[in-house]
Ligand binder design. Structure first.
Ligand code: SDX
Length: 378
């Protein structure tokens, strides 16, 4: 067995063989099952992309209709889970509420018939259908409201915005939100997907797999960055403060949220699409002062860090779109999770097909053959 050298963060180390998505970090290319993200964002829907990622092909009209119908049917959440969520502190972070309620689903559907394609399909449908409902439900409950029941007449993206705001969204807003979900659905072996795969490799249930991934996505170095970007723009406040802010971060070796990527050494193609979506929204609903700041911040960071391959990533512009859609800042990462459930499930299903439990090795740095010192002598 060839033992490769230790690489911090497993940088550049393949952890799996996969056919789900492809990233070229130098060219700024992202493909889902070989189809460019730009095509899917422009021509497809999130549910189509989810079907493509999970079952490896674009659905026929009949397959997509059946998939959508199943998801609409399964959007509702057991009252026991809703009652549990009512006990969550309203000050709790929505990602913690989501991780808890996602794991709780396993209490109701824990049969681990992982070799049964029907069980796999049921788990896929239930998780894609119920995660948005749980995110929206906690958002309502923490305000003292009852959850808003899913609206069966609305599609996936529109229904989430409806459950969140109690208003049917404008068609442009719903379409833009659907594109955001497609853009966030999958991204090869990122930290939360790797977490899902490691959990899946023990053959536990899919609800535990998703709960592991949600907990991993929550961190500010990963999915939590989109929320941090808005706080950063608020702190910068004015265009004049952009350069001093960046120079201060660099001096203190602080990471600037929304920039840099382990794989992309050019601007994340998703950031480009999200920036265009933000501009479309602003044209219709009025500019957001943070947008000008964001554009100036991107310019200064590129000037200072472009030579190191540090450019805007997916989290940099997404928050500006979500703000305009009326999504609270601390729900930005749960929205990322709603989309990424598709990618996590795709890797869960792929992993089951070739499973071997993840158990890497280590480079041991500690002592050997050490004596046990009695407490009186310590
Ligand atoms: C996502 O992996 C995925 O695919 C993730 C994702 C997905 O779709 O799943 O794309 C989603 O998580 C996007 C990333 C969101 N996170 C952020 O925006 C947080 C800020 N970014 C950084 O923390 C960082 O860029 C990471 C975590 C994204 C990548 O970290 P790496 O690859 O471990 O890079 P590193 O920390 O080793 O940095 C290498 C150098 C260092 O400088 P030197 O010590 O070599 O001089 O680049 C510098 C870093 O200081 N650097 C930054 C920086 N990111 C890297 N300097 C300032 N600001 C930054 N944002």
């Amino acid at each position: 067995m060839t033992v490769c050298e230790y690489k911090p963060g497993l940088e550049g180390i393949p952890a799996a063989q996969s056919s789900i998505s492809y990233v070229d970090g130098k060219q700024g290319i992202l493909e889902y099952r070989g189809i460019r993200i730009e095509e899917l964002a422009q021509k497809g829907t999130f549910l189509e992309s989810s079907f493509l990622l999970i079952w490896g092909k674009l659905p026929t009209k009949e397959e997509l209709t059946a998939f959508q119908t199943d998801i609409i049917y399964h959007r509702r959440v057991k009252y026991r889970i809703r009652d549990m969520m009512k006990c969550f502190p309203e000050t709790g972070h929505p990602m913690d509420a989501l991780q808890t309620s996602a794991a709780a689903l396993g209490l109701f559907y824990s049969r681990r018939a992982l070799d049964n394609p029907e069980y796999i399909r049921e788990a896929v449908v239930r998780l894609l259908a119920k995660i948005p409902t749980m995110v929206a439900a906690f958002s309502q409950m923490r305000k003292g409201n009852d959850p808003v029941k899913p609206n069966d007449d609305l599609d996936y993206a529109a229904n989430f915005l409806y459950m969140l705001t109690e208003r049917e969204p404008d068609p442009l807003a719903a379409r833009i939100f659907d594109v955001c979900l497609t853009l966030h659905a999958e991204h090869t072996i990122n930290a939360s997907t790797f977490s899902a795969m490691v959990t899946a490799s023990t053959l536990t249930d899919p609800y535990a797999v998703i709960a592991s991934a949600v907990g991993t996505l929550a961190g500010p170095l990963h999915g939590g960055a989109n929320e941090e970007v808005i706080s950063m723009l608020a702190e910068i406040g004015t265009r004049e403060n952009v350069r001093p802010y960046v120079e201060n971060c660099l001096e203190k070796k602080m990471k600037i949220m929304g920039f840099g990527h382990r794989v992309y050494k050019v601007k994340d193609p998703r950031a480009t699409i999200l920036q265009n979506l933000a501009e479309q929204l602003f044209e219709k609903t009025g500019y957001d002062k943070y947008y000008e700041l964001a554009v100036e911040l991107e310019r200064v960071v590129e000037e200072k860090l472009g030579h190191k391959g540090i450019y805007a990533n997916v989290d940099f512009y997404s928050g500006l779109v979500y703000r305009k859609l009326g999504i609270p800042t601390d729900l930005f990462t749960p929205v990322f999770a709603i989309a990424r459930v598709a990618g996590w499930l795709a890797h869960w299903k792929e992993q089951l097909g070739v499973n071997r439990i993840f158990r890497p090795t280590q480079v041991y740095l500690g002592p050997r053959e050490a004596p046990y010192i009695p407490i009186e002598e310590r």
